[in-house]
Design a protein around this ligand. Structure first.
Ligand SMILES: [Zn+2]
Length: 288
């Protein structure tokens, strides 16, 4: 199986995760910018985070043969914090960089006026930078939130084929499919969406314009959920080419619209700014 995880927060994961992802066939991924689990207190905190997503984390993934790309944005939750408002002004210089293949995660958390503003402004940035957008749907009030999300996308002028609306379920998939946007599904270990329900959705709606991700982060999550969904598809009678379409061709086609995907090329460097992921060895001076 070859796998491209289109949404996974590797910053929150260990090298063991990289190792087991590589072992089951994950060779590329996109890490969207998101909330840290506690509020950031200044714009500078985002600067360091964005720099690590285009630098250190990309280097770390490469040590396991995994191509790391990212999506950058002010996340929906922190769009409500006035201390973070200026992050949107910072984005244009980051959206021009290598390895940045989308604007995201943007969208709604609690559907406040501040979120409306940040969402619309960041979709404008996606239009201006010819990038796709990764749009998060709220975990509460999901159906209403998804319909409102689709309205904002329509008004933005960003073509629907450049938008993935993520964290969908049985209730929200139809409206997103009808809109022409890509349908994203985050497969979780307990609640929300699991691989068995995902297989049922693929049976009903087909494999086109569907992205399956692990959305693994600092919470209870599993970075092998893409692989497990592929296994569940095979067990349910889908063939290898269907699995390859969902777990590889679809994310490549979606993020390929950025013109910035790198899926081959030279091997990874062994150090990043003089530091390696090794420790206690001559090459490993930088860790702690
Ligand atoms: Zn996420």
């Amino acid at each position: 199986m070859r796998i491209f995880d289109p949404h996974v927060h590797m910053t929150s994961r260990t090298t063991d995760d990289y190792e087991s992802m590589a072992a089951v066939g994950v060779t590329a991924l996109v890490e969207p910018a998101f909330w840290l689990g506690q509020p950031r207190t200044s714009v500078g905190s985002f600067v360091d985070y964005f720099d690590s997503l285009i630098g250190w984390e990309r280097f770390r993934a490469a040590q396991f043969g995994i191509r790391h790309h990212c999506a950058l944005a002010l996340n929906p939750k922190e769009a409500n914090d006035p201390r973070c408002a200026e992050v949107v002004d910072l984005l244009p210089r980051y959206l021009a960089k290598d390895g940045v293949v989308a604007v995201g995660e943007v969208g709604y958390d609690s559907m406040t006026p501040e979120e409306d503003d940040a969402f619309a402004r960041q979709l404008e940035l996606a239009v201006a930078h010819h990038l796709p957008a990764l749009v998060h749907t709220p975990h509460r009030d999901k159906h209403a939130g998804t319909l409102r999300t689709l309205d904002v996308v329509r008004e933005s002028g960003l073509p629907p084929e450049r938008v993935v609306v993520d964290h969908l379920n049985e209730v929200t998939v139809r409206a997103v499919k009808d809109s022409g946007c890509w349908a994203g599904f985050s497969i979780y270990p307990d609640t929300k969406m699991d691989e068995r329900r995902m297989v049922a959705i693929l049976r009903e709606y087909g494999t086109e314009r569907v992205l399956v991700n692990s959305a693994a982060d600092w919470g209870r999550s599993d970075p092998l959920k893409t692989y497990r969904t592929g296994r569940a598809m095979l067990d349910a009678g889908f063939d290898q080419s269907d699995v390859d379409a969902v777990l590889w061709h679809n994310p490549v086609a979606f993020y390929g619209q950025s013109g910035r995907l790198v899926l081959d090329g030279p091997e990874a460097p062994s150090t990043f700014a003089g530091n390696s992921i090794l420790r206690g060895t001559p090459a490993g001076g930088g860790g702690s």
